[in-house]
Design a protein around this ligand. Structure first.
Ligand code: FES
Ligand SMILES: [Fe+2]
Length: 436
């Protein structure tokens, strides 16, 4: 027993040393690529939107890693092209026009492109244009799985999509329910770190549905280095599995004579689980480029997936789906009924609705953290503690294994929408140079 505790103390000291080294800047030098990746990682498949958001024949536009992409669904299949007309650069999506099934037409001078290969087929404002068949717009490979449309952000031939899918999202016979896509004012990296941050459970402690599932600890922490397992198998999604086997259930603040006992309201503080009891789910993982895979949340048998899709440096699209076993009609019905009755709301509710879902807390925290990291360089000012060990491993993993780092390149941030500043001249207006 003593031996076991000694082992734990040594393991814990090793972890603490790594955390300190990160603080002193030694590890940080290894994170250069991660710190550079404010626009996301390049050469990856990203979830762009939910299948139900694009009906056959319709179009929509999304900004992913700074690139503006215009999608059209043609006979069931989704095609993506650059949302910028090669003639004068305006966005097709500003006024979508489609005269035929496979084409889209630019609203400004009528250049018409086949969305399947990006080729210019017709110029409506010039008969027999010499450009027809010669000009083309960049195309984006797409992939659709479980109610989600993915797009390849990168150059050249994409890797097989399975290489970038969350591991449990590749399971067969699931029933999947898209829950929410919401634009959050926070860089994608703080969102990804927040997803598995072992100490941030504290902020979730008031979750109204905790009683229904399981009371959570105040926070979790590594007992030894096996708490964070780096997955870097070739041909598989790279990621970090986090096990978090040490939990703080109850803690006490002593303030002179005043003593405050703090714990999750759903917990019986007289009978907290032991420190080493595994928190369910016992493993979950964060995977490149930006997804969280949680098997068994909020109860065993369910799958929970989140992606923090970079839009630009200061925004990500928070994308959440839930899944369950769906091999039989009964399983599918049961899953949908559970969601209808309470599960969707237990996870995420539209802004302001109470009681808030489990995942409403996270964007709240991320928006706060964005200010310090993106504007006040907290990347170099943060003070880490032991539970941040997993975050150190994640940053190191991304810096080492990311295929590429996204840059603005030939894209630029969109200017904020401004109202037209139009002056209407009228006869008799003394400031007008129109004839009176
Ligand atoms: S800008 Fe699109 S046709 Fe001219
Ligand atoms: Fe969270």
């Amino acid at each position: 027993m003593v031996k076991e505790r000694d082992k734990q103390r040594v393991a814990s000291e090793e972890i603490y040393r790594e955390v300190q080294e990160a603080d002193e800047g030694k590890t940080r030098r290894a994170w250069d690529r991660y710190l550079d990746a404010s626009l996301g990682l390049r050469d990856y498949w990203y979830p762009a939107f939910f299948s139900q958001e694009l009906q056959d024949g319709a179009t929509r536009s999304e900004t992913i890693c700074g690139e503006r992409i215009y999608f059209k669904r043609v006979k069931g299949k989704v095609y993506g092209i650059e949302d910028r007309c090669p003639h004068r650069g305006v966005a097709f999506s500003a006024r979508p026009e489609c005269y035929t099934t496979n084409t889209t037409t630019c609203w400004l001078h009528g250049f018409t492109f086949d969305v399947r290969d990006g080729k210019l087929t017709t110029v409506l404002t010039e008969t027999d244009s010499a450009l027809e068949g010669k000009l083309h717009v960049k195309t984006y490979p797409t992939y659709e799985r479980y109610a989600t449309v993915f797009v390849w952000i990168g150059d050249g031939e994409p890797v097989p999509p399975e290489h970038d899918m969350l591991p449990t999202f590749m399971r067969e016979n699931l029933i999947v329910k898209p829950l929410v896509r919401v634009k959050i004012r926070c860089n994608w990296r703080m969102a990804a770190e927040n997803g598995f941050d072992p100490g941030h459970l504290y902020g979730h402690r008031n979750w109204a549905w905790a009683k229904r599932y399981a009371a959570m600890p105040l926070g979790t922490q590594p007992l030894d280095k096996s708490d964070s397992i780096v997955i870097d198998t070739p041909g598989k999604p790279k990621g970090l599995l986090v096990q978090n086997r040490g939990s703080t259930w109850v803690n006490t603040i002593k303030d002179g004579d005043e003593v405050a006992e703090v714990y999750n309201p759903a917990l019986d503080p007289t009978n907290p689980p032991p420190f080493e009891q595994k928190l369910y789910p016992d493993t979950f993982g964060c995977f490149l480029p930006c997804g969280l895979d949680v098997a068994g949340f909020p109860r065993p048998g369910l799958y929970h997936w989140e992606w923090y899709v970079p839009i630009d440096e200061n925004h990500h699209m928070y994308t959440i789906l839930q899944g369950g076993e769906g091999a039989t009609a009964e399983q599918r019905e049961e899953f949908l009924r559970e969601h209808e009755e309470y599960l969707s709301e237990a996870i995420f509710r539209p802004d302001g609705m109470q009681p808030e879902g489990f995942n409403n807390f996270d964007p709240f925290g991320r928006q706060e953290i964005n200010q310090s990291y993106m504007r006040e360089d907290w990347w170099h000012r943060e003070r880490m503690y032991k539970p941040d060990y997993a975050i150190i491993q994640w940053r190191t993993l991304v810096a080492k294994h990311a295929r590429g780092i996204q840059k603005w390149g030939n894209w630029q941030p969109k200017m904020p929408d401004e109202k037209w500043d139009v002056v209407f001249y009228t006869r008799g207006n003394t400031n007008s140079n129109l004839p009176k």
